[in-house]
Ligand binder design. Structure first.
Ligand SMILES: [Zn+2]
Length: 403
């Protein structure tokens, strides 16, 4: 099948006017000008008309479990209060409610052009009740041992065995020690012993997390102490980032989520070389009124920064176009093309799929979306990041799905 479009944005070469993409099975086989792609081939042609064809978007951090909590938790005075609120809401929901929320989340993400999601799964037993997901998904099984007597070995072993349920689904699975305050050092170290898995963790998200680790005080400190967490890693002048780096190396297998709260000492640590990926969730950060994310500074240090929506318990939609606009609002000088990279090829790198996802190129997965476009090629990236409607056309792994 050949898809013809007014404009094709590949993310690895200049914008193509009058372009086409040939797809065989689940893969892209040729990309270029229409005549070039069609030469000597008798494939069936679908003319998409006045659209820009681009790679499907990649959401590098999301919690589909909480899709039903949109608008349910107003911004709280403290991050600890928000944790209390979400835990209370969770207790009102059944497994069926969570399964419905996950399905609803996939549908919403797809509507807004997402074809790959890195999803934190806090209820991994639900995997056994799910059908093959409609989008490519990485299931990061959440690991928390702050309120359990189960040994970390047992928790990791159980997660690894539940992860096998996703074999054969589009995407993959990984492990997510939740955060340095909810996952013990032993738990996050054990999660990283399987060298083939991707890992993700919330880190340096809130001021309360900084207060807890560095100063041994504050509402998050009080909450976790009341839950019986050993607090001997707090109050020693060590930031959340320094605490994690003292526990274990954070290498290129890790997607570190948030990093809103960084000190000058942290930047000195980062300059020394941990080379994890960073998932930035701009609208979730705004909801919590976290400190501004140091995007330009972290980019200058060479970090691969991708975009996530976080959950609908701290955001209003699973829409990466809105996240891209939030990046632009906070970084007016940043090029639209670089912002789109955060939602496509950078996310693919973070998931260890730099050679198969996030670009329109031969050999890559046929995950493509289209938006109406009648403008000039030089304006196309601005057009994309300013897109405000559901997308008009979507191909996931070569399979056309009706929206
Ligand atoms: Zn999150």
């Amino acid at each position: 099948m050949i898809y013809r479009a007014r404009t094709v944005v590949t993310m690895d070469r200049p914008v193509i006017d009058g372009g086409a993409v040939a797809v065989t099975g689940e893969r892209i086989v040729r990309v270029g000008g229409f005549a070039e792609v069609c030469a000597a081939r008798a494939d069936e042609i679908t003319d998409l008309g006045d659209v820009v064809l681009l790679p499907g978007l990649i959401n590098a951090h999301c919690h589909l479990d909480f899709t039903s909590l949109r608008g349910q938790i107003p911004p709280q005075r403290s991050f600890a209060n928000w944790i209390r609120s979400i835990n209370a809401k969770r207790r009102e929901l059944s497994d069926d409610d969570f399964l419905a929320a996950i399905a609803e989340g996939f549908a919403e993400a797809r509507k807004w052009g997402t074809t790959t999601i890195a999803n934190i799964e806090s209820l991994p037993h639900l995997l056994a009740r799910m059908e093959d997901p409609p989008l490519r998904a990485w299931w990061f099984l959440e690991l928390i041992d702050v309120r359990t007597d189960a040994p970390p070995e047992e928790l990791v072993e159980k997660a690894l065995s539940l992860g096998k349920i996703t074999d054969g689904w589009p995407g993959g699975f990984g492990l997510s020690p939740h955060a340095p305050y909810t996952a013990s050092p032993r738990l996050s170290q054990l999660a990283a012993t399987n060298s083939t898995l991707r890992l993700t963790m919330h880190l340096a998200e809130s001021r309360e997390e900084m207060d807890m680790f560095r100063d041994g005080r504050g509402s998050l400190f009080d909450l976790l102490q009341s839950l019986g967490r050993p607090m001997d890693d707090c109050g020693q002048g060590r930031t959340p980032l320094a605490t994690m780096l003292a526990r274990q190396p954070l290498d290129e297998r890790w997607i570190i989520v948030h990093l809103n709260e960084l000190t000058e000492e942290d930047f000195a640590l980062l300059a020394r070389g941990p080379r994890f990926h960073i998932a930035h969730c701009p609208r979730s950060g705004r909801y919590f009124a976290h400190s501004p994310f140091a995007l330009a500074r972290l980019r200058a240090l060479g970090f691969n920064i991708c975009l996530g929506t976080d959950s609908l318990a701290s955001n209003s939609s699973l829409n990466l176009f809105s996240e891209m606009r939030a990046v632009r609002a906070a970084n007016p000088a940043m090029r639209a093309q670089d912002i789109l990279e955060m939602a496509t090829s950078n996310g693919a790198r973070a998931l260890n799929c730099a050679a198969s996802l996030g670009q329109v190129a031969p050999g890559f997965a046929a995950d493509l979306i289209a938006l109406p476009f009648t403008g000039r090629a030089e304006d196309v990236f601005e057009h994309i990041i300013n897109w405000r409607e559901p997308i008009v056309w979507h191909l996931a792994g070569g399979i056309l799905r009706t929206l």
